[in-house]
Design a protein around this ligand. Structure first.
Ligand SMILES: Nc1ncnc2c1ncn2[C@@H]1O[C@H](COP(=O)(O)OP(=O)(O)OP(=O)(O)O)[C@@H](O)[C@H]1O
Length: 310
């Protein structure tokens, strides 16, 4: 188990993390989400030992992990980190980069590197020098390199941000199924709900250096505590008391509203094509509402809208 107890950290400019408490069981995949600047990268840097905590403690399997002040070479042997600015050797090949820390005595070294390159779909590039790769290709090499020494914990900071949609989904599926098979704990900081919803067991929501929610990912999505939490996943409507005979304010996603004859009458402002359907922007009592529609609706059109029943 990875255990963070009352962890605090400040930069000279001010406090970045306040009393962070977190327990992550081995093999868990957890997403770290929150607005830009809320402290996600700082937390990953602390866990990996690139920074020194001001107070508090990090333990892994019951042993204290010392911070940066106690290491000449930062990091912990059972942990790997793929930061936003990944660290590769530009003038050597993809193959050499992935195998950099793998002992040359290992019998299956070549096949291990080949397997890892397959996971990140970079087998065809194994002899290419890293400096000749695109940003997304470098990102994939950095992930393979992080996996090479079979870490128990993998820390990822926006790992798919440079990768095209065409490859991203394949890569996510193959990476997370590998992590599951090998029982590797993964903490992934991301702004992309498609990294979070299909692949993580738990979600940790951060705001202003605090953890404000830590539950199963499905609960964070379906039962958000507030608008901030919900808006990290999707567009959000806040429905005032009474619009749908509701006794309390309702936070809901566009997919939870639908055209329905028994609903309130809204005026369509815009239709945005999204592929499978349209996102409709409408107004009711001068407030904006967002909902999905299979058909395009015309600006000025009046439609009735209700909450979908679950
Ligand atoms: N090296 C630094 N020196 C001073 N302040 C820093 C440093 N790095 C980050 N900060 C500040 O600490 C806070 C947390 O930053 P951090 O990079 O951890 O946020 P984040 O949630 O990872 O953001 P993003 O989603 O944009 O990557 C921010 O206010 C940021 O400006």
């Amino acid at each position: 188990m990875l255990h963070l107890k009352d962890l605090q950290f400040s930069y000279p400019q001010g406090k970045a993390l306040h009393k962070i408490n977190l327990k992550i069981d081995q093999g868990t995949h957890a997403a770290l989400i929150g607005e830009s600047g809320c402290g996600k990268s700082t937390l990953l840097n602390l866990i990996y030992g690139l920074l020194q905590e001001e107070s508090g403690e990090i333990t892994f399997e019951g042993k204290i992990l010392d911070g940066a002040d106690f290491h000449l070479v930062p990091g912990h042997p059972m942990m790997k980190y793929v930061p936003q600015e990944f660290d590769l050797m530009p003038f050597t090949t993809v193959f050499e980069n992935v195998g950099e820390h793998l002992s040359i005595q290992i019998d299956d070294r070549v096949s291990r590197i080949a397997d890892l390159l397959h996971i990140v779909d970079m087998s065809d590039f194994k002899d290419r020098k890293v400096k000749t790769l695109s940003g997304g290709q470098k990102q994939r090499v950095a992930i393979a390199k992080a996996l090479a020494q079979q870490p128990k914990v993998l820390l990822l900071d926006e790992p798919f941000s440079n990768i095209d949609n065409f490859r991203k989904n394949d890569l996510r599926r193959s990476l997370f199924s590998y992590l599951k098979k090998e029982n590797i704990t993964c903490l992934i900081a991301t702004h992309d709900k498609d990294d979070v919803l299909p692949f993580t067991h738990q979600t940790i929501i951060m705001r202003n250096g605090h953890i404000i929610d830590h539950r199963k990912t499905i609960d964070c999505y379906q039962k958000p505590f507030n608008k901030y939490g919900a808006s990290l996943f999707n567009e959000v409507n806040v429905i005032p008391v009474g619009w749908f005979n509701n006794a309390e304010e309702i936070i809901c996603y566009p997919e939870q509203l639908a055209v329905n004859e028994k609903g309130i009458e809204v005026i369509v402002e815009n239709s945005y094509f999204k592929g499978a359907d349209y996102l409709i922007q409408a107004t009711y009592q001068d407030e904006t509402l967002l909902f999905n529609s299979l058909e395009k609706l015309e600006t000025g059109q009046k439609v009735k809208l209700a909450l979908k029943s679950n």
